[in-house]
Ligand binder design. Structure first.
Ligand code: 5GP
Ligand code: 5GP
Ligand code: 5GP
Length: 209
């Protein structure tokens, strides 16, 4: 309908490296109530975006997060989309935030159940840690050129990713988030119409977790 189906051009599928979320200069992290996540990328979100880099948010205050709609994927969500913010949580707050801020803006394409399922499927399809490890890029506190990280992902996925860095407590630029672009159905990776503004140094650390 007119007001609910705010159009968008593509999704950013954003994954975070827990090692980089947990050892920043400013903040530590808290493990979820379900325990320490495995050493893998975790989903941050699936974000509707416009080609010019702007994005819609909070598109439908009437569409509230409803945990009963994700009961079938709950255990996958806990594994692949853990919340590392403090205080420790079971993920529901994070998922609810992501649904209300971002998911409500793609409701014309994906309902709540489809939205979370799409993200889980995309994570399996991308298998980023495998792609990086196969290129010899491991989460071992070593430094890697930003180019080598981008190239490995381009080889593995077929498209150049966006890479976001943050700083560890010593001020090193480190791999924090990886942005992949996805078509509006939430199923296929595509060439990014626009990449997030680069913030990484030319050499970045891939921290242990
Ligand atoms: P930050 O300021 O940490 O980069 O981003 C804060 C929040 O703004 C993110 O968690 C996300 O909700 C939103 N955001 C930042 N960049 C983008 C973007 O390029 N596209 C969309 N859709 N949301 C973004
Ligand atoms: P965004 O608005 O950037 O999509 O999402 C960030 C919000 O989700 C922040 O309010 C942050 O505190 C919360 N959050 C909860 N768990 C996590 C997590 O594991 N990673 C990130 N980046 N944000 C989280
Ligand atoms: P938010 O609005 O998402 O609560 O928090 C704003 C920013 O602080 C986000 O970009 C998120 O990455 C960061 N942040 C929030 N909570 C935590 C936390 O517990 N640990 C770390 N390292 N960063 C956090």
């Amino acid at each position: 309908s007119l007001c609910l189906s705010q159009d968008f051009d593509f999704f950013y599928f954003v994954q975070q490296w827990p090692g980089a979320y947990c050892d920043t200069k400013k903040q530590h992290c808290c493990y979820p109530k379900t325990g320490r996540p495995v050493a893998d990328f975790g989903i941050h979100g699936l974000w509707p975006n416009y080609k010019d880099g702007t994005y819609p948010s909070d598109c439908n205050p009437d569409s509230v997060f409803d945990r009963t709609q994700i009961s079938e994927v709950l255990s996958s969500m806990e594994k692949h989309w853990p919340s590392l913010s403090c205080p420790s949580s079971n993920g529901l707050r994070f998922w609810s935030h992501e649904w209300e801020k971002h998911g409500t803006c793609s409701e014309s394409e994906l309902d709540q159940k489809e939205y979370f399922e799409a993200a889980i499927k995309l994570k399996g399809k991308a298998n980023l840690l495998n792609v990086l490890n196969n290129a010899g890029i491991e989460a071992n506190d070593e430094m890697y050129s930003l180019e080598s990280v981008k190239n490995a992902i381009e080889e593995g996925i077929g498209f150049t990713p966006g890479i976001e860095c943050n700083k560890d407590s010593a001020g090193n630029s480190q791999l924090y988030q990886i942005y992949l672009c996805v078509d509006t159905s939430g199923s296929e990776f595509i060439k990014c119409p626009i990449l997030p503004r680069p913030k990484c140094a030319s050499t970045i650390q891939f921290p242990k977790f």
